[in-house]
Ligand binder design. Sequence first.
Ligand code: ADP
Ligand code: ZN
Length: 730
Amino acid sequence: MSAPEFFDEGDLVGVLTTQPLGRTLDYKAPEGGCHPGAFVEVPLGPRKVLGVVWGPGQGDFDYARVRSVIRVLDVAPMRAEMQTFLTRAADYTLTPLPAMLRLATRAPGLGDPPSMRKIYRRGMGTPDRATKARTQVLETLREYGDLSFTLKELAEMAGVTSSVIKGLVKQGVVHEEDSPRDLPFPRLDPDLPGKVLTEDQARGAAQLADAVRSGQYGTTLLRGVTGSGKTEVYLEAVAAALRAGRQALVLLPEIALTEQFLSRVQERFGTKPAEWHSGATMTERRRIWRMVGQGQAQLVIGARSALFLPYQNLGLIVVDEEHDTSYKQEDGVLYNARDMAVLRAAICDAQVVLASATPSLESWANAEAGKYRKLELTSRYGAAVMPKMGAIDMRAEGLPSDRWVSATLKKEVDQRLAKGEQAMLFINRRGYAPITLCRACGHQIGCDDCDARMVEHRFLKRLVCHQCGETKPMPTACPACDAEDRLAPVGPGVERLGEEARALWPDARIAVLSSDMYGSARALKAEIAGIADGSADIIIGTQLVAKGHNFPNLTLVGVIDADLGLMGSDLRAAERTFQLMRQVAGRAGRAEAPGAALLQTYQPEHAVIRAILAGDEEAFWAAEARERKQAGVPPYGRMAGIILSGPDVAQVFDAGNLLARQDAPLRQIGAQVFGPAPAPIARVRGRHRVRLLVKADKLVPLQDALARWVAQVKLKGELRLAVDIDPQSF
Ligand code: ADP
Ligand code: ZN
């Protein structure tokens, strides 16, 4: 039976809401009827909630008692392909469909009345007669310059009734117009002359453009060292999509979404694209949501949630820095935006480009297996060459325990400064010191809410838990033994490294970049743009400087602790370290001046460090692939994490142990269960978390068995269960 094209008034429709209630509820279509996919407001008990007309109703209840849809919202109905996407994504991640729907209805204001809002600002005319109320309106408008207000806002701010404002509109003193949230985006022009591509780049661009023109699904892994022109190449794929009249989406890790990047897009297409990110205003989000739905926003640049916008005709998804761990959402719905991009594209016959200098092992393996096309840019653009890599053997440096810059590294930095070039010192640790130790009793200050240590942040003058975000003022006395003034910082963080650098180079301009030191993403981006223009001699930063920024005058990167990521038991540690080090090193020498990267390490003979130094990616991946194959872990086996959490640790473990014993559904498919063990984050905000890991052969249908298995847990009281398909750490 094919789905109906329209529901007439009184027809039974099945509405999916974002409330956690299983699947759909039956309602009667409202006066005027509705389309399948329509966004509607429905009664639910005493409340009104947002929902989507998912299909025909079930008809399980007495028709007379079924309630009616209250109203249909004035937005385009959800397309069938979006419904398919949400359903499959929910199935894949074992997320309840309503939670998935929430990701697609997050644009605020979806529930607003459909009537268009008007906004008001200063007009050209002068009032025929100056009353006190009128003067107040004019003064308010003068005070706020060019800003526009809704009628209610303006009336409230000026302290007048709306009829005063309406009167001024008639005289042209106040200008009334439609809210800009629905102002169209300027057209992008794919036919502007782009940069002249190198032969290598042009070949890649043509290949991607062909793929986009095919109008079929396909994924390409675009590999190339930092600075090889991947961005230039995929922008040509975007151009091809625009020429074909299809929409394009470029996903970036949030922090890489910079003005610098947007200007490049503007340069190529003549105007800025729609920008979807966490800092966007409500009004802007709603405007983008609508414009994307009308097919009017041709190109969206966004963070991972941009995948859930209501594209009308999506032809291309680029996932830049596809290996980036921030694509995995670790809160709420656990999904990996890279994998969801591939799913989305397959449903709407679009192309995917996964771009990276250091792809994830998953994508590398998919390309090796022929599931993804491979496209490689082998050299850096122009004169720029890959930086020379070297190790500094810290065992030979004899540094005191409260210093981190070796004499060798200091000398190298000196040389760059003398030439007027920039140097970067990289350490992947926020704050001042990772440990605060009491010298009297040996106590280390920990978080009250979870098991992590508190990290001292001098900049904020507080202790911060990097796990749960809890903060408290830095105490003067030890919380364990009350000794005064015996608390000492142990180990380096980015702030402490900054202090050391200021002592070593008192005359240099030093910028310390860490996400927590800026009030907003915008302030941070402004600082980064300033640095690119030469406002600092030495840049000291955490992971965030490793991502996608272009510092043309930077010629040396010193990695303070290359061993840091190799500690711990995470099986992905080697991959992470390899990627991060390559990426950081890639910051150096992007323009004409050749670059170098120096790794301070206590284990220069470690296989990962050696592979990084040799720059031999293929060798590294081949070795890493062998190990993972042997262990039967992703991408050569499938894994899922089951996290049980609750306030009572015994109850959580009991539930975990019981589940581990009831493993019949898993044994049927040959999957194994490990645990329960304390989860990687064992306690968050007072809740204890245990994890069971499930390992299965790559080809078995894991989700079905998992769903049947976890359904056996009785979620009593505060006990919660979350399924994490393809966990990041295992
Ligand atoms: P990637 O994305 O691989 O790191 P980019 O596309 O950012 O590389 O290119 C690195 C730098 O080189 C950028 O400043 C870019 O504008 C420049 N560039 C790359 N290719 C060209 C080209 N064909 N013509 C002019 N400039 C180029
Ligand atoms: Zn904590």
